[in-house]
Design a protein around this ligand. Structure first.
Ligand code: RIB
Length: 303
């Protein structure tokens, strides 16, 4: 069995719920405030650990109360934190999130996440069969160093280019599997895309990503499911009809679940189906990291 290594962000999510999102310049009355563990890296690491893969997170926390709470939570979820450094004089990553009608808006203040360095990712000894995962909430040169090392070891690399931002072809060349939503796909291919577009439009855009035709691309489409290009061959895996209460972290659940399945030796097609089912459980609960399902829950859903 392989292991999953995630180089990524760790945040405290400060979540306000409301009946609707405020417009620019407007104030609306909120209903509740929650402090949920989050951050794309941490969410993906929790998903992988709960879904049965040894999961090591590489990242940074501040030496503040949020940092201590996150360390405690992640340890309890079974995530290996040996490579998470406490960093003085900088705050723990913090996300300010509004949830209304199951959808969210997020402002992330990186804090310690911005200091995750190439030296930080040099420590793990990756091997063939391992899976290396990252996202865009830590510096891109760090991700490049991490993926170079993973490639040299024969590990599989997964990039979740979220939040959307520009990146050079030299990073994309190091990626085996790219997992992104329609906003990120639209940004990286300079194509205006809406979640209501026909699948053919997403396929066309995904083919324009400068990743190479042999790579796997998964476009997560929320309740519509996932559009996958495996070796250039498109397929649409339908979403499951569920009542979503909070979609925060659903994409991270998909990434962590897929990585765990690959580390456990499953085929890419099986891993995508499994991750799609896992994400449908995640959206039925509030919060990001706390809403990741267990392997038993996914097994019960798939029958
Ligand atoms: O993908 C969801 C995550 O994005 C949240 O947990 C928040 O911390 C931001 O990083």
């Amino acid at each position: 069995m392989g292991r999953v290594f995630i180089a990524g962000s760790i945040n405290m999510d400060v979540v306000a719920t409301a009946d609707r999102h405020p417009k620019v310049g407007e104030t609306v009355a909120g209903k509740q405030v929650h402090y949920f563990p989050g951050g794309k890296g941490a969410n993906q690491a929790v998903a992988a650990a709960k879904l049965g893969a040894p999961s090591t997170l590489i990242g940074r926390l501040g030496t503040d109360a949020f940092g201590q709470q996150l360390r405690q939570f992640l340890t309890a979820q079974g995530v290996d934190l040996a490579l998470v450094k406490d960093t003085a004089d900088v705050h723990t990553g913090t996300a300010i999130i509004t949830v209304a009608d199951a959808d969210n808006t997020i402002v992330v203040v990186p804090g310690a996440n911005a200091l995750v360095s190439a030296e930080d990712v040099a420590a793990p000894m990756l091997s063939k069969g391992d899976v290396a995962v990252s996202q865009f909430e830590i510096p891109q040169p760090t991700i490049g160093a991490f993926f170079k090392q993973a490639r040299a070891a024969g590990a599989t690399t997964i990039l979740n280019p979220a939040p959307a931002m520009a990146c050079g072809p030299e990073l994309l060349e190091l990626v085996d599997i790219m997992i992104l939503n329609e906003t990120e796909l639209g940004f990286l291919t300079a194509t205006p895309l809406a979640d209501t577009d026909a699948p053919a439009r997403f396929i066309e855009a995904a083919r324009r990503l400068p990743t190479g035709a042999d790579k796997t691309i998964c476009v997560t489409l929320g309740k519509r499911g996932v559009l996958a290009l495996v070796g250039g061959e498109p397929s649409l895996i339908a979403g499951r009809a569920v009542k979503a209460v909070d979609t925060t972290g659903a994409g991270d659940c998909f990434v962590g679940a897929l990585a765990a399945q690959l580390a456990n030796g499953k085929s890419i097609r099986d891993a995508i189906e499994y991750a799609n089912a896992a994400a449908s459980i995640c959206v039925q609960r509030m919060g990001a990291a706390p809403s990741m399902p267990t392997a038993a829950e996914v097994a019960a859903l798939r029958g």
